[in-house]
Write a protein that binds this ligand. Structure first.
Ligand code: NAP
Length: 247
């Protein structure tokens, strides 16, 4: 029996990067999966097929995680398709890096809406069905930057720190309904997001990572798998770094 057999998951922002890896690892572990994306339609179709080839139900939905009404519709469609939502992974996120002196309001708002409001949107919409079924695991993807800050990423750091406070509150509010809420704080993971950084910045990061390599989406996905599974039934309100020893 696979570790997520009989379970269902809704994963946001899974057309690429860490979200894609989580979707694949969950499907390989036997979970039926609904995942969202914002604009990478072709990649989403390819992933949907790949997940179905693992022998599970899978559906991609195009939706903007920062738009509350769209997230309501996604959760309704996911419930219709899956029958229930056991696991929610809030993974969708963006960067709009700039030094604070040059950061404008648009960049601040975009990051807060896509990274933090999105987590509120989906969590708010899944908790009622999770309360009814008296079971649920919510996994929020923060960042090491949310723990320690980073010059040029004040908006991103604030959004990712906000996720931690939000998640600890959700864990306290909903623990009595058997809903767990945990946070993963990845370090430097090789994806399109970090590919935008200069060679020099990447090399500087590499020098400081004790395990001497960048992480992979799969490295993060394996930790998400633990939080999603019954192996973590007594784990809630935690923040786990997946950062090669950096923190
Ligand atoms: P990525 O490669 O840029 O992929 C981002 C994914 O999120 C894409 O599937 C994108 O969809 C989706 N997305 C973005 N905004 C969305 C929105 N408003 N609605 C729906 N989907 C949206 O990023 P990544 O590196 O995999 O990062 C995934 C998460 O991990 C993010 O929350 C990020 O902050 C966090 N993280 C990453 C690192 C790292 O080193 N990479 C480290 C710490 C934390 P489209 O393809 O359609 O645009």
């Amino acid at each position: 029996m696979k570790i997520l057999s009989g379970k269902t998951a809704l994963i946001t922002g899974a057309s690429r990067g860490i979200g894609e890896a989580i979707a694949q690892v969950f499907a390989q572990a036997g979970a039926d999966v609904v995942f969202t994306y914002r604009s990478s339609a072709e990649k989403a179709v390819v992933l949907e097929k790949k997940l179905q080839d693992y022998g599970v139900k899978a559906m991609a939905i195009q939706a903007d995680a920062s738009d509350y009404s769209e997230t309501e519709k996604v959760v309704a469609a996911a419930l219709d398709f899956l029958g229930k939502i056991d696991v929610l992974v809030n993974n969708a996120g963006i960067t709009r890096d700039n030094l604070l002196l040059r950061m404008n309001e648009t960049d601040w708002d975009a990051v807060m809406d896509n990274n933090l409001k999105s987590v509120f949107n989906y969590t708010k919409n899944v908790i009622k069905p999770m309360m009814k079924q008296r079971n649920g695991s919510i996994i929020n993807i923060s960042s090491i930057i949310g723990l320690r800050g980073q010059a040029g990423q004040a908006n991103y750091a604030a959004s990712k720190a906000g996720i931690i406070g939000f998640s600890k509150s959700v864990a306290q509010e909903l623990g009595s309904r058997n809903i767990r809420c945990n946070v993963i704080a990845p370090g430097f993971i090789a994806t399109d997001m970090t590919g935008e950084l200069s060679e020099e910045v990447q090399q500087n990061y590499l020098n400081t990572i004790p395990l001497k390599r960048f992480g992979t989406g799969e490295d993060v996905a394996q930790v998400a798998l633990f939080f999603a599974s019954d192996a973590a039934v007594y784990v809630s309100g935690q923040v786990l770094g997946v950062d090669g020893g950096l923190s």
